[in-house]
Design a protein around this ligand. Structure first.
Ligand code: AMP
Length: 285
């Protein structure tokens, strides 16, 4: 396994791999890798002989009051995990390499970015779409692996790839959780012990929402109230949102029908955590 830090070197390795007949799997990350990332890399390695993992904490996707400076970093540990999972190439550029001067060209994906995370973090998805567009451009034709943990992010990137004709197939991978249901996240490291004990309430609220829909509840406001009350009853949690929306468009559905996604976000002390689950309501049921 090799680590490169420049765009030119990354492009060269990937072009050579394809010239040698390999297909390429790409796994974009911000590093501080855990078993959630591992599942993406292992899936990419099972499907492609050449797997490039990018490790880059992208300043563009952090708001001015967010945790850019505090965001955890450990490239040596990341390299070990990537090697163990079958990665071929680590792409770990500096901020100067990715943004040698103020960026004047950005990518925004309207509508899909507007609600939920986009409402709480107004510049976030433009930052994500812009850096992923840069990574797709340097990577070239590939399959790119993303986690459903960031459900709205996958929708934004998929739409961007289609709208702008990137030669990239976006592959969404299931959420990896701790045994108590908490979604794995690099930000879980911020949690104090009592906050960590409280955090699985997000998954419990989502499961309660699913159970209510499966019992026949079709009113999105009732599902919102149920999930918001559960998270609100946890003193360590400050709810941001708890919604049920159309899984593909992220827009409201009333009455509930079709492919749905339940999404929650809440702050636990310094950590802002998100989670989501899916459910399908067959038409007429
Ligand atoms: P990040 O480093 O947080 O930007 O995440 C990089 C990629 O890993 C994104 O596509 C995330 O959705 C994915 N990811 C993060 N946590 C998980 C998880 N618990 N399960 C599955 N994928 C994840």
């Amino acid at each position: 396994m090799e680590t490169v830090t420049t765009i030119a070197a990354a492009r060269d390795r990937l072009d050579r791999a394809r010239a040698d007949g390999a297909t390429v799997g790409l796994v974009p990350t911000m590093g501080y890798l855990h078993e959630g990332h591992a599942s993406l890399i292992e899936r990419a390695a099972a499907e492609h002989p050449f797997v490039a993992v990018t490790v880059f904490v992208n300043p563009l996707q952090f708001g001015p009051t967010e945790d850019l400076d505090a965001y955890p970093r450990d490239l040596a540990a990341d390299q070990q995990l990537i090697e163990r999972c079958g990665g071929t190439l680590v792409i770990a550029p500096s901020v100067e390499e990715m943004y040698p001067r103020p960026i004047l060209t950005t990518v925004t994906v309207a509508e899909v970015s507007a609600r939920l995370e986009g409402a709480s973090r107004p510049t976030h998805f433009a930052g994500v779409a812009t850096v992923v567009a840069k990574l797709f451009n340097l990577a070239g034709p590939c399959h790119a692996y993303f986690g459903e943990k960031d459900w709205q992010q996958v929708a934004v990137i998929r739409r961007m790839a289609q709208d702008l004709n990137f030669p990239v197939t976006v592959v969404a991978c299931p959420i990896v959780r701790e045994p108590d249901g908490l979604a794995r996240s690099s930000r879980n490291v911020y949690l104090t012990e009592p906050e960590r004990a409280a955090a699985p309430v997000l998954h419990r609220a989502l499961e309660a929402g699913i159970a209510a829909i499966e019992r026949g509840e079709r009113d999105p406001a009732a599902i919102h109230r149920l999930m918001a009350d559960l998270v609100g009853a946890e003193p360590h949690a400050a709810l941001d949102y708890a919604e049920v929306v159309d899984a593909a468009t992220l827009t409201p559905v009333d009455p509930l029908a079709g492919e749905l996604r339940l999404l929650v976000a809440a702050r636990f002390g310094r950590a802002r955590l998100i989670d989501n689950v899916g459910v399908e309501v067959a038409s007429g049921s």
